[in-house]
Ligand binder design. Structure first.
Ligand SMILES: *Cc1c(COP(=O)(O)O)cnc(C)c1O
Length: 228
């Protein structure tokens, strides 16, 4: 078994264990393998052992790696997990199957327009800045209700769930519980939360998508964007 395959098996086993310990069906949890900064060869290593869902945080980097892989693996599912600038929305709608970082009205409006133009409607998550950190992307919890309504009713976006990245220095469980509660309140079935350090906690608290990078691929090269 390759090192990548071993790490994948380990993460999957931990997800199953965490789900079962919380009385959840492990099949409800999707592992998003976050391949940012790592080359197509590393992605392929995981594709060869059955992983199909990947996450990237930059449109341009994903464009360099994924079109060829998607041509080879038709069921590959690519998620955008990083902040999206409106001037990249057109490319994002064409390349990604899921956009997890919808967080402001201008972006929602642009995505709606680009989805109409492309005739392609990637599923969307609303990113919530649960820690209310000024430097971090995401809609503030106080603005979420109105934003969900705007995304659904005004822009007709296919909103399926909520996503968050908790502050690094706070107990993630509090943020995970809050996000799950907000999703339930809006009748949203999907909750994207948990990274390498805390995905098991996130699964216990209801994550349907965990975004795991370094636990699968090893440390990223420095100089590349992190979780912020
Ligand atoms: C990089 C990144 C991850 C994965 O982080 P790890 O700690 O390497 O698992 C998850 N979510 C987002 C939004 C990221 O940018």
């Amino acid at each position: 078994m390759s090192e990548g395959a071993e790490r994948l098996a380990d993460v999957k086993a931990r997800i199953i264990k965490a789900a079962e310990s919380a009385g959840r069906n492990p099949a409800e949890v999707t592992l998003v393998a976050v391949s940012k900064t790592h080359g197509a060869d590393r992605v392929k290593e995981l594709l060869e052992v059955g992983q199909r869902v990947f996450g990237e945080n930059r449109v341009q980097e994903a464009q360099e790696k994924f079109p060829a892989l998607k041509a080879e693996y038709a069921d590959l599912e690519l998620h955008l997990i990083g902040p999206l600038q409106t001037n990249k929305a057109r490319e994002a709608v064409v390349l990604f199957d899921v956009i997890q970082s919808v967080d402001r009205e201008k972006l929602a409006a642009t995505l709606a327009k680009e989805m109409d133009r492309a005739g392609r409607r990637p599923a969307c998550f609303i990113q919530v800045n649960t820690g209310e950190e000024p430097q971090k992307a995401g809609i503030l919890p106080a603005d979420l209700d109105a934003f969900v309504v705007a995304c659904r009713d005004t822009y007709k976006l296919p909103i399926v769930g909520l996503m968050c990245i908790p502050p690094v220095d706070e107990e993630p469980a509090l943020h995970f519980a809050l996000l799950a509660k907000m999703a339930a309140r809006h009748g949203l079935a999907k909750v994207s939360m948990g990274m390498s350090a805390d995905y098991e906690t996130a699964v216990r608290l209801g994550a349907t998508h965990v975004r795991v990078g370094s636990a699968l691929f090893g440390q990223r090269q420095t100089g590349h964007a992190g979780a912020a």
